[in-house]
Design a protein around this ligand. Structure first.
Ligand code: NAD
Length: 270
């Protein structure tokens, strides 16, 4: 899709980060935007940054509080947008909402694991289910699903594992590949793609560390420090003289380096 002027885009997770930036860029190109997020305040800021007061008359930016893991809330979002944007069709669906911090199977509860999975994967599936009928009504449409470099391979940063997150992001990639086939057969005017970003310094990165360690600081918990120490030993490093603080610093350093280098490494592996 090259020309967005006058089209209608749906963005999930439009309150911050990539959803916010896409909203701004689409609006700048004359596209109507309907976004959802769990945070009304964050969406209000996105809307302000879209500089709605400068929009040509008739162009709309609407915000809708909805949790993408809850189908009834997505349906309410769809009904509200149909009314407020005065349309029964959309052209672009960006399934972007996500959280980090599903963490390790060893440190997190089943509830934490399922929450990450239900938002990062379930939100994409429910987004497609909810909005496909509106896409089908347009002459051309595009679905973009957000996976991650963690959907290429599960990251094993020192002491930082992302079990639920990786499982969800692999599922998004697999689902998208199957959906592309499905659309080719049943609705060839609707295209679909998956984006697999590497590390981008948005709030999801800082939040995931907080959730994972169960604290409000950017630090590893004792279990993670132990895992990091074992991994270092497994790599031939003598850690006996290292304090937990030393391990902590090395682990976080390597985790950051890993995240920065992951896209290149994944591309090389492919
Ligand atoms: P972000 O935290 O800035 O944005 C995510 C947005 O989703 C937030 O506004 C948040 O409030 C919203 N959100 C969270 N849970 C929600 C829910 N249940 N329902 C509706 N909205 C919800 O992070 P981002 O980096 O912009 O992330 C966007 C997408 O990109 C995510 O799917 C993330 O997994 C993916 N991603 C990010 C990175 C990165 O390094 N930042 C890397 C790979 C993939």
């Amino acid at each position: 899709m090259k020309d967005f002027a006058g089209k209608i885009a749906v963005i999930t997770g439009g309150g911050t980060g990539m959803g916010r930036e896409l909203a701004r860029q689409l609006v700048a190109e004359g596209c109507n935007v309907a976004m959802c997020d769990v945070s009304a305040d964050a969406m209000a800021e996105t809307k302000r940054l879209c500089e709605v007061e400068k929009l040509p008359q008739g162009l709309r930016v609407t915000t809708h509080v909805a949790d993408v893991s809850i189908e009834d809330q997505l349906k309410r979002f769809r009904d509200e947008l149909a009314e407020q944007q005065a349309t029964d069709k959309i052209h672009l669906l960006f399934n972007n909402a996500g959280i980090g911090g599903g963490g390790s199977l060893f440190t997190n509860t089943r509830e934490q694991w399922e929450r990450t999975f239900n938002i990062c994967w379930g939100g994409v599936y429910l987004g497609v289910r909810t909005f496909l009928p509106m896409l089908l009504k347009s002459d051309e449409g595009h679905i973009i699903n957000t996976s991650s470099v963690n959907g290429f391979w599960a990251s094993v940063g020192m002491g930082v594992s992302h079990t639920a997150y990786s499982a969800a992001k692999f599922a998004v990639k697999g689902f998208t590949e199957a959906l592309i086939n499905d659309l080719r057969l049943n609705a060839p005017h609707i295209k679909c793609s998956v984006v697999m970003p590497g590390h981008i310094g948005t709030s999801i990165v800082s939040n995931s560390r907080k959730v994972q360690s169960g604290t409000e600081s950017d630090r590893l918990n004792p279990n993670e420090i132990l895992q990091a120490r074992q991994r270092l030993q497994g790599m031939g490093t003598n850690t006996s003289a290292m304090s937990d603080e030393d391990i902590q610093n090395i682990a976080l350093d390597r985790a950051r380096t890993f995240r920065d280098e992951a896209p290149m490494t994944a591309a090389a592996a492919a």
